[in-house]
Each structure stands twice: as structure tokens, then as C-alpha cells.
Design a protein around this ligand. Structure first.
Ligand code: PLP
Length: 385
């Protein structure tokens, strides 16, 4: 059975060009980039090249790029590293819809004397800018607000937020793990101080991430040891991962238009067909301000897990908005923060496409989804048949 992969916000296929680029570094080019000999030195040059490729996608300087192991590490490093350099300030501001890599890190810091403010979102997942502005005070050490939401795809007005925070003299970090490669970013025109990204969300392998740190931003080293990454992140480099990420960023630049045209068209066609043919279904999140690849749809009266299992029978991969924790199906914190009713939050499915999807796949999923919804509704105790 063919796999139809529509779960690209979870992880992506490694692009063929990316895999080819990294293979030599898994075989003959195994030198340590820190070595004095030219065998290691040639690897160091490739890292420098990858740094330039990442910087070019982001519109920043290569020496503002720190390679890490993943998005989670980048988020942890940004938050903990900047707090360590922030003196006596004890307040952190974030949002209620962050990924656990940010929310969990902030909540953990509450046990270490920090106070956390989690900014609310409205029913469309839009951040409350007024609450954000009012929350910033002289005790605020850091604001961390995501660029785009992983579940709904909703894009926050990050440049507006960055300017507001800068005008109040605070440090601003954004988790752009879902945004990078999907929408254009230009850090040369931005007030963002730190930004996280993750390779496996943009067709590079797992195990490589980046923390962008604007020159002059105070950040305590978050891994102490050797001199790698300008002393900010010690540890011998993941050379194949770094080279792969460089190539993936180059490709992301090349395919950015396609992401925002063909991929978006496929997403819109899928969403339209599903909504038209499945009663009591609706899109979660601000439909006019979303990542071009993401559609989060709620189906009343049925459970997301059941939908996923039935999709799986056809080889279709998607995600649901609830997680099975301690035996009970807990709806996602993002949909709860948006006030999505319990019955609908339980039945939410996220489709996230990529440039590797085709219109034939969209048509197949669009045909199967209403059938599945119909079948499950017949079994649902909440629907009068
Ligand atoms: N931040 C966001 C918004 C994400 O979607 C994810 C992964 O899903 C992460 C952080 C964590 O990234 P990683 O899996 O590379 O640790």
C-alpha cells in the first residue's frame, strides 16, 4: 500500500538532494573539523558553507548561527541561556499555545524562582497583543512567542511583536520551527533577538537544529566543554546533519514560491472538499493567516484517534489534536486555549502537506475523509441516527 504522507508538521521526508549531500560525511569525509590537519580542515570548510546557507535563508550573518541538536535544544538554550545572562530579572512572558519545548521549559523555571505569564489567544488562535504589551515591565527578562503554531498553522504578527518588545528594552526569542522553510523570513529587517529552527521540519534529517542569536545579544553558553560554535555550544559537531541542513535551507529558498502556491492550493482544495462533504466540521485557526501547508479540521461528535486509525488503513498519515494521556483522551492545549468546544476539540485532525504531495493524493484523501466521518458518526453515541 502506498503511503500518503500528510503529517509534515511532525516531521518531513529527507530530500534526495540533502541525503546525497550528507553521504560523503558518513563515509570518507569523517575528519574532525577542529583538527589541525587538512583532512579535518576540509570538513570545517563544509560546516562554514552550511552556516552561510542557513544564514542566507534567514537573512542574517553566518556567525549569528549556532548549530544545535534539534528545535527543543534551541528553545531550551535560548530561554535558559538568556536568563542566565539577564541579571536579577525574574519574569518570563510566553503564550498559552507554545510547543512544550517552550511551555515546558518556562513552567519548569517556575520551580526555580521565575514567574511566568502565558498570553491568551482568541477563538481563531490569534494572540492577545494588548495583554502582551501590558504584561511587559521592568522585571521582564525574556519574551518567547512562537512564529507559527504547529497544530493550527496560525502565524503570529512576529515583527510587530518584536518591535513592541524591543521598544520596551526586553529580549525576544521566537520558536520558528514550523515557519522556517514554509514562509519567507528576513532577519536583516527584524528586531528578533533569537530564533529556533529544526532540520527535520524542512527536509533535513532529525538530530540537527539551529539557534540564531543576533550579534550583541547576551547568552550564557548552554553546553560547556570545547570551543565549538564560538564557545556557545560545546561538543563535536554533527557534521552530516549540519551539511544536510545547509542543503535543505538552500532548497527551501528555491521552493519557497512553490510552498506558497502549489502546496497552498493543494491544502485549500483538500480543506474545501472535506468541509463541503462532511457536515458539522470546521477549520480551527485564523484561515487568512496560516502556514500554507497546514489545515486543522474539527469533526463534531467523533474522536480524532478513531479517524486516524481509519485513515491509517488507507495508508494516509495525519495527526490528531488530542493526546492519549493516562487513559483519557486529553484535547490539545492549543485548541483548549482557543476555546474550541470539547466535543469538537476531541475530533480534530491536522493535515500538513509538503512539496512532495500531489493533487492525486489530495483527491484520494478528500474522497476517503467524508466516508470515514460518516461511518464513525453512525457508531457515535452522540449522534441521533
Ligand atoms: N517547536 C515547535 C513549534 C515544534 O513544532 C516542534 C516539533 O514539533 C519543536 C519545537 C521541537 O522540535 P524538535 O522536534 O526538533 O525538538
Amino acid at each position: 500500500m502506498k503511503t500518503i504522507y500528510m503529517d509534515n508538521n511532525a516531521t518531513t521526508k529527507v530530500a534526495d538532494e540533502v541525503r546525497e549531500e550528507m553521504i560523503p560525511f558518513l563515509s570518507e569525509l569523517y575528519g574532525n573539523p577542529s583538527s589541525m590537519h587538512s583532512f579535518g580542515g576540509q570538513v570545517g570548510h563544509k560546516i562554514a558553507n552550511a552556516r552561510r546557507q542557513v544564514a542566507s535563508l534567514l537573512g542574517c550573518q553566518p556567525d549569528e548561527i549556532i548549530f544545535t541538536s534539534c528545535g527543543t535544544e534551541s528553545d531550551n538554550a535560548a530561554i535558559k541561556g538568556s536568563l542566565a545572562a539577564a541579571g536579577n530579572k525574574t519574569k518570563i512572558i510566553t503564550s498559552r499555545v507554545e510547543h512544550p519545548a517552550v511551555l515546558g521549559t518556562c513552567r519548569d523555571l517556575e520551580h526555580h524562582g521565575y514567574s511566568i505569564v502565558e498570553i491568551a489567544v482568541d477563538k481563531n488562535g490569534r494572540i492577545d497583543l494588548e495583554q502582551l504589551e501590558q504584561s511587559i515591565d521592568d522585571d521582564t527578562a525574556l519574551v518567547s512567542i512562537m512564529y507559527a503554531n504547529n497544530e493550527t498553522g496560525v502565524i503570529f504578527p512576529i515583527e510587530k511583536i518584536a518591535n513592541m518588545i524591543k521598544s520596551k528594552g526586553c529580549i525576544f526569542h521566537t520558536d520558528a520551527v514550523q515557519a522556517v522553510g514554509k514562509i519567507p523570513l528576513d532577519l536583516s529587517k527584524s528586531s528578533i533577538d533569537m530564533l529556533s529552527l529544526s532540520g527535520h521540519k524542512l527536509h533535513a534529517p532529525k538530530g540537527i537544529g539551529v539557534l540564531y542569536v543576533r550579534k550583541g545579544t547576551r547568552l550564557a553558553p548552554f553546553m560547556v566543554g570545547g570551543h565549538q560554535e564560538a564557545g556557545k555550544r560545546a561538543g563535536t559537531e554533527n557534521v552530516p546533519g549540519i551539511v544536510a541542513l545547509g542543503k535543505a535551507c538552500e532548497l527551501a529558498n528555491k521552493y519557497m514560491d512553490e510552498e506558497n502556491t502549489r502546496v497552498k492550493e493543494m491544502r485549500d482544495a483538500l480543506e474545501k472538499a472535506i468541509l463541503e462533504n462532511s457536515p458539522d466540521s470546521f477549520v480551527n485557526g485564523d484561515v487568512d493567516n496560516r502556514l500554507p501547508n497546514t489545515s486543522n479540521i474539527s469533526f463534531e461528535y467523533i474522536e480524532g484517534e478513531a479517524i486516524l486509525l481509519m485513515l491509517n488503513k488507507y495508508g494516509i498519515c495525519a495527526s490528531s489534536g488530542s493526546a492519549c494521556t493516562s487513559g483519557s483522551l486529553e484535547p490539545s492545549h492549543v485548541l483548549r486555549a482557543m476555546g474550541v468546544p470539547f466535543t469538537a476539540a476531541h475530533g480534530s485532525i491536522r493535515f500538513s502537506l509538503s512539496r512532495y504531495n500531489t493533487m492525486d493524493e489530495v483527491n484520494f484523501v478528500a474522497e476517503k475523509m467524508p466516508e470515514i466521518v460518516n461511518q464513525l458518526r453512525k457508531l457515535s453515541p452522540f449522534v441521533k441516527n
